[in-house]
Write a protein that binds this ligand. Structure first.
Ligand code: URA
Length: 256
């Protein structure tokens, strides 16, 4: 009896983990027996007006494009992201992770997506990978709070994917209009594309081992793909390449 109850509980737990649960507790208790005030009737399915017309209401990318285009400042853009309800990641995230560092800095880094620590704090790159990133930037006298050589940091996705899984193509596609507008509004001189998924979003291709260290163009700006610091934590033997890329970034800024 006891063992079958254990197996049952274990199966339930595995199922929740598969659904993306990563925390055992909430901040406030949830009464799952509470009866909702009224059960809304399911809406009748709408007939499509025309199969050829991409309506803004039906198409998350079109909604994102129009919301992003309407943002006239970084604060507007943050509000627009907070109001964007088409990305399922938002439902599982604790916080919107928008940016850190100094808006208007010459260098803008674009990472992939928040992890657990970033989701908790609402700031990008604050976990172990972020601490390594700070040390890497510090080695070339830059930093997110550096008065002389600040950087600005964001991610392709502003919400944490469950269990840090890879971003899905539709998630990248619907968040990309916000990222492009973010780059326009932050107006950096150069981009640093951190990791494979950021290359996918900004360059339309992956293969960071081949792409890293080669200056290219993204969002109309000079852009340098680099290894992700989380990858460097797992494979420290590639820190030599990362160091070469940091020196290349420093030289590019020095030479204009
Ligand atoms: N990895 C990222 O790409 N971004 C973060 O903010 C944290 C980890």
């Amino acid at each position: 009896m006891e063992s079958s109850s254990f197996q049952h509980d274990r199966a339930l737990l595995d199922w929740q983990i598969e659904l993306g649960a990563t925390e055992a507790i909430c901040d406030a208790p949830v009464n799952r027996y509470e009866v909702p005030a009224a059960v809304p009737k399911p809406a009748a399915p709408q007939a499509p007006t025309s199969p050829m017309v991409r309506t803004a209401a039906a198409d998350p990318v079109a909604v994102a494009e129009s919301m992003a285009a309407a943002a006239q400042s970084l604060a507007d853009l943050r509000d627009a992201l907070a109001a964007f309800d088409h990305c399922a990641l938002k439902k599982g995230a604790r916080n919107l992770v928008f940016s850190d560092g100094v808006p208007g800095a010459k260098v803008m880094l674009v990472g992939e997506a928040p992890g657990r620590d970033e989701d908790r704090e609402g700031r990008p790159f604050v976990g172990r990978a972020g601490q390594l990133l700070d040390r890497m930037l510090g080695a070339i006298d830059m930093g997110r709070t550096d008065a002389k050589a600040p950087v600005y940091i964001t991610n392709v996705l502003p919400w944490r994917p469950p269990q840090n899984r890879d971003p899905k193509p539709d998630e990248i596609a619907m968040m990309k209009p916000f990222l492009m507008r973010h780059i326009e509004l932050a107006a950096p001189q150069v981009l640093v594309i951190v990791g494979n998924w950021s290359c996918q979003a900004l360059l339309g291709k992956k293969g960071i081992t081949r792409l890293r260290g080669e200056w290219t163009q993204a969002a109309g700006l000079p852009a340098l793909p680099m290894f992700h610091p989380a990858y460097l934590l797992r494979s420290p033997e590639f820190k030599r390449e990362a160091w070469a890329d940091l020196l290349s970034l420093k030289a590019r800024l020095r030479d204009g």
